[in-house]
Design a protein around this ligand. Structure first.
Ligand code: ARG
Length: 288
């Protein structure tokens, strides 16, 4: 799947393999981020419909979607990005910061083991692909709200890759995947193109902003308005970018660069403080 014209770079969609969890038990019964208001009603059927649209969009564009069974009493399990971090068939499990989500740790690790992944039990507190993003060969790792700094050292040991620590400073953007979108999941086809990102500069402290500016001079800087509607909580296959329909400025920036925005509305899941990327865990390598 490719698209090309004279003014924008060639973008190539690469088939991804994702783990998702149907939000059958979704609700907001506790508050562990500024988006969650237990007093506001949630509509589980609507959450399921919206989630299904994301699932179906992935499948329609050629991606493989695996499912983990939702567990009653674990309403946040739909946010599978927090279930682990997987590279080359090795799955590092998670240790949630908050007790409310610790019940998810074992079901995710069991799923990875049952599906042929080598499971590594985590020691330090970290919340998986919510805070760890693979960009080319490098892992960007967030801290400040959920994952602790020591988990970044553990991450480097487990995967033997370069880990770049970034500090989040705005409580609305408490996981790294709420402030950075990985646009190119792998390096370009010729190996010359660098994997690129989009990000919300104001979500990071000054030192991290400098690191990002230096490493990603061509990154898309997303506006505060698009960040505030969770525009950066998006998933990309290298060509299609699955993104909130409310992030209209970001969608225009993507089009200018030759990406195709695929709008998916997860307004109901935003009541839990999650969006498209939160509902998506990438499975890299391992048995199929
Ligand atoms: N209610 C969940 C929490 O606060 C939302 C998780 C969102 N996940 C993500 N990858 N950003 O833990």
């Amino acid at each position: 799947m490719t698209t090309q014209n004279d003014t924008v770079p060639l973008r190539i969609a690469q088939r991804r393999r994702y783990l998702m969890c149907r939000p059958d038990h979704f609700t907001v019964s506790y508050s562990i981020n500024p988006w969650m208001e237990p007093a506001n009603p949630t509509d589980t059927a609507k959450a399921v419909r919206q989630w299904q649209a994301l699932h179906d969009a992935y499948v329609a564009l050629g991606h493989q979607v695996e499912l983990i069974d939702p567990v009653p009493g674990l309403p946040d399990m739909v946010y599978t990005a927090n279930g682990g971090f997987i590279v080359d068939g090795r799955a590092l499990g998670v240790r949630f910061r908050v007790d409310e989500r610790r019940g998810e740790e074992r079901p995710f690790m069991d799923w990875f083991a049952a599906h042929g992944f080598e499971v590594v039990e985590p020691v330090e507190v970290q919340e998986g692909e919510g805070d760890f993003l693979l960009v080319g060969d490098t892992i960007l790792a967030g801290t400040g709200f959920r994952s602790v700094g020591d988990s970044h050292r553990e991450l480097a040991e487990v995967f033997g890759r370069e880990v770049v620590s970034l500090r989040l400073v705005d409580p609305r953007f408490y996981h790294l995947d709420t402030a950075i979108t990985v646009l190119d999941p792998v390096e370009g086809p010729t190996g010359v193109e660098r994997a690129n990102i989009a990000y919300l500069p104001s979500a990071f402290d000054e030192a991290s902003q400098r690191v990002l500016a230096e490493r990603y001079p061509d990154a898309i800087h997303v506006s505060d308005a698009d960040g505030a509607v969770f525009g950066l909580n998006a998933a990309s296959d290298g060509l299609h970018v699955f993104v909130s329909p409310r992030a209209t400025g970001f969608a225009a920036q993507l089009e200018e660069r030759g990406y195709i925005p695929v709008p998916i509305d997860l307004s109901e899941l935003l009541l839990g403080g999650g969006g498209i990327k939160c509902c998506t865990l990438e499975l890299r390598g391992g048995a199929r």
